[in-house]
Design a protein around this ligand. Structure first.
Ligand SMILES: Cc1cc2nc3c(=O)[nH]c(=O)nc-3n(C[C@H](O)[C@H](O)[C@H](O)COP(=O)(O)OP(=O)(O)OC[C@H]3O[C@@H](n4cnc5c(N)ncnc54)[C@H](O)[C@@H]3O)c2cc1C
Length: 409
């Protein structure tokens, strides 16, 4: 960067994590904020993801079926239009290609912690390899086990403890570690060419097969070359801590070459996504269960809204904390309501909602349950899904711009 370039910059942003949220934030900054310098620090040596599909809804795409799939014959519940599915690593690479950030992406840089000592001094980033860097704003888009969240909430806790409020300190400390959901996902991609014609035809239909304490989601990705398969098992009565690796390879069965199993964790509801000149986006702020296919979309929306905030002409280095408050006010309530919806949908999918308490897994498999429960389930699924079709992050823009315009230098 030349000295003239550096003089015309408002401030420098460090984006920790080049996942879905981090890449969209960077792309949006590139588009809207040429006077903001950003650097991405990514712990992986390159942008590769554990291979699997992601579903996003609703953008124009296919219809997805919900069916009760734990009986001899599947029972149709309902269908929803417009689910779009992607191969995850392809989406990530596409974002990175458009970003074309060259020397602004720093690979093999795992953040350990950051420190913001004075409001006017640069923030120092400390990486696991012993190196450091500085920035004016640090954004944690570093996923469910975020190091930025860890630093932020340990600091909140230390401050509360210093004030003698041990109870509040303990509450902050509790937000650092994600909580085990009691649900384990088995995921992988089946090459369509390896399936029998009947199975291939069945599995090409995007569908979620639900059942007592489990579900199976399948949809085609990469133009139908692969079928994304995700089976989820709910462990009734599981505790909040999972002993063992969260993601590991599992046995290669049937037509899925490299399946892996994933102990699913969520972030406890945070009282804020910001502190000083630090902010959280995506899973770092609100990792959730995948039961609405909403994690990626919410990370995208966080990144976009934060870029709109940072690009606004009224936002300067001096008023960054006030500007971040606008981001927090807009994104936190919305994203947390989505998180609650995803947990609720899991309760629906796994037939753990009201009415199903006395139906055992065996009864469910044998079809021994009141038939009207299927109608109630359909109604609940439709109710839970409505927000996806009726709300848009773009609706936030006018209110956002008005609040940013009112910021003083
Ligand atoms: C089983 C399962 C199925 C899912 N299915 C769907 C789905 O169908 N649809 C959907 O929308 N969502 C789905 N999700 C959720 C979705 O994957 C996440 O919500 C989304 O990836 C969040 O994006 P992110 O950028 O916040 O985090 P991530 O995409 O996880 O990116 C975080 C990045 O930060 C990097 N990183 C981590 N720690 C550090 C560090 N200390 N320093 C530097 N870099 C670091 C990581 O390497 C990674 O690149 C699913 C999740 C699970 C577990």
């Amino acid at each position: 960067m030349s000295s003239t370039e550096s003089q015309s910059l408002k401030f420098r942003v460090a984006i920790i994590g080049g996942g879905m949220g981090g890449l969209v934030l960077a792309l949006s900054l590139k588009k809207y904020a040429p006077d903001v310098r950003y650097d991405i620090y990514e712990s992986a040596p390159e942008l590769t993801e554990v291979g699997a599909g992601i579903g996003m809804s609703p953008v124009s795409g296919s219809t997805v079926w919900f069916r009760k799939g734990d009986e001899q014959q599947v029972v149709d519940i309902c269908e929803f239009p417009d689910l779009r599915t992607f191969h995850r690593s392809i989406l990530q690479k596409l974002l990175a290609k458009h970003l074309d950030a060259g020397d602004q992406i720093h690979f093999a840089k795992r953040l350990s912690s950051y420190s913001e000592t004075e409001p006017t001094e640069p923030i120092t980033l400390a990486f696991k390899d012993g190196t450091t860097a500085t920035c004016d704003l640090v954004v944690g888009s570093d996923g469910v086990r975020s190091a930025v969240r860890r630093t932020m909430f340990n600091e909140f806790a230390d401050e509360a403890a210093k004030q003698g409020d041990d109870e509040e300190a303990a509450q902050f400390r509790e937000k650092v570690e994600p909580i085990f959901s009691g649900q384990i996902a088995y995921r992988g991609l089946a090459p369509a060419s390896a399936l029998t014609p009947e199975l291939s035809a069945f599995m090409r239909t995007p569908q979620i097969l639900v059942g007592k304490y489990g579900q199976m989601t399948m949809y085609p990705v990469s133009g139908g070359d692969f079928i994304n398969v995700a089976a989820i098992k709910r462990i009734p009565g599981a505790g909040p801590v999972y002993e063992g690796p969260w993601v590991e390879n599992t046995t290669g069965e049937a037509a899925i070459p490299d399946p892996f199993c994933w102990a699913m964790h969520a972030v406890r509801e945070l009282p804020t996504y910001i502190k000083g000149r630090a902010a959280l986006v995506g899973d770092a702020a609100h990792a959730q269960l995948p039961h609405q296919g909403a994690g990626v979309g919410q990370a995208f929306e966080d990144g976009w809204v934060l870029a709109i905030v940072l690009s606004h002409p009224a936002v300067t280095l001096a008023n960054l904390p006030a500007a971040l408050k606008v981001y927090d006010d807009v994104r936190r309530p919305y994203s947390q309501s989505v998180v609650r919806g995803s947990a609720n949908n899991g309760t629906n999918y796994h037939l753990c909602r009201a009415g199903w308490e006395d139906v055992s897994a065996e009864d469910s498999r044998a079809g021994r349950y009141p038939r009207e429960l299927i109608g109630v389930l359909e109604e609940e699924l439709r109710k839970q899904t409505r927000w996806m079709y009726t709300s848009s992050v773009l609706d936030e823009r006018p209110g956002l711009l008005e609040r940013l315009g009112a910021l003083t230098a």
